[in-house]
Design a protein around this ligand. Sequence first.
Ligand code: G6P
Length: 613
Amino acid sequence: MCGIAGYIGKNQANEFLLSALKKLEYRGYDSAGMTILDSDGSLGYVRSVGKICDLEKKMRNEKKITGFVGIAHTRWATHGCPSEKNTHPHHDCKKDIFIVHNGIIENYKSLKKSLEKSGHKFESETDTEIIAHLIESHFDGNLQQAVFNCLRHIEGAYAIAVVSKSDPDKIIVAKKGSPLVIGVGDGEYFVASDASALVGYTDRVIYLDDDEMGIIEKDKYKIVSTTNNNQIHKEHCKIDSNVCEIQKCGHEFFLLKEIFEGPEVVENSIRGRIISEKGLTKLGGLEVIDQDKLRNINRIIIIACGTANYAGMIGEYMLEEYAGIPVEVEIGSEFRYRKPIIDEKTAVLVVSQSGETADTIASLQEAKRKGALSLGIVNTVGSTIARETDAGVYNHAGPEISVASTKALMSQITVLALLTVYIGRSREMSLVTGKRITDELKKIPKLMNQVLDTNEDIKRIAQKYSKYRNFLYLGRKYNYPIACEGALKLKEVAYKIHAEGYAGGEMKHGPIAMIDENFPCFFIAPSDSVYEKMWSNMEEVKARNGKIIAIATEGNEDIKDLADDVIYIPKTLEMLTPILTAIPLHLFAAYMGIEFGFDVDKPRNLAKSVTVE
Ligand code: G6P
């Protein structure tokens, strides 16, 4: 994780660097720091434990640094606790070379030992610091050459930005496995871990690929290969995020803003992708692959982590039920170390909001190596997964800033429904079924708004249950993954509470032992094909004095006989109910976290883009 930024140009570097760190804060927020080179040859650096606002305060009150070249970092601790000495930027022995780094250097221990032997003194417990010393050991006045030589010794993942007092008018950046983008301005260049940090400064970007290094000066740059030093020509891309997308726009938290953006996100995800009269969907991103190859696929493996994995599980139910194709869902961190059986008739479908989750990327690469067709459902344009898959579909959900994913989930389920029709209609799905799904999808944003309108009731329910410390979430079939998602969201943003998501039918195999009057259960129980089974589970909990909060379909008054509190959702197709049932669970978790006084956008210990194993 961690976010890095850099600036070189005609303006004071600290202004962009602070702004970029704030936008990258979702990548890590336990400490932050900055190094700036001034035109008189001096160098200043500042580091602070805590969030970016703490760094900003320190820079305002205690340590002003100015200049036109700088690098900065926001940290999510991997090696060494969050402390000032472990905060980036890290430097060499002479405090001449400074570096910021996102990633993990796997062979840092052996490198550290040999650097120590040759006299280098280390101040931190980080893996990053060895890079500064390694560059120092290769440095003879030419920073580019020293970084190039240093990288040959490093194993692991990195995106780095380096400056030196002795070669001051440049920033050297390099990437392998962690993301890095260069923004092209007018007489200035920007560096960031992702393009959202550049919004408001430039819309022209260059995505660095693995094994590439950038040498950036005030008025020019070049990209070279880190394997042979040959120059590489790269085209600029345009990014189209607008500033409002990355502001809270009247909401107290991004988390709430993003939950309320759900209907608009689903609109954006389906826009231009439905051909109603034919019951078809049009997914331009998939048209680049040979359609016969897609038709011949006899198995799909969906790979994803966290919330995206729950979207994948819903996709499994949809694709098997409506497209008639066998699907398995895998967690990235497990898949990458298994011996997956894959052939040319297997498609892997990776689902990722950020497109940068390390375990998902590693799984994708492993599957590609074994000959699978690789497809992606990704939100972040130009991200590693978007670039590395054979073909894919963008979510168009806009930047998701809150660490806990909400609106991306809505879009992922929507795109999986579109994909189900896309694949299903080229197989056995009838026109009538295709039409039924697409017609219902178009109505979903309106139905989502109806659920969002009950937010005050949900807030009241969250306050009522805020004294409980354990929750069980139960669902079946399409809403089993949503039970897991509800529990995950509560753990993420209201972390005083422990919650478990379970398949309703599994309750009797364990969780039922915990049920008593102090153990509230969420039942995700819309009126669908498994409703009767959920009713039986509710009876079992009631018989043990458990508290019940139910999510039910409008018009179901009977449920009040068993449930202490009911949240209603409008009726829709069974496969689309997760989009509606997830909303109250997201709101419940958000309001619970807010009730506890937590920063629900940045819960402790978490990071949005998990770019480490
Ligand atoms: C982190 C985030 C989650 C997210 C997961 C997968 O854990 O906190 O909200 O679901 O990563 O991220 P991805 O970007 O691959 O969807």
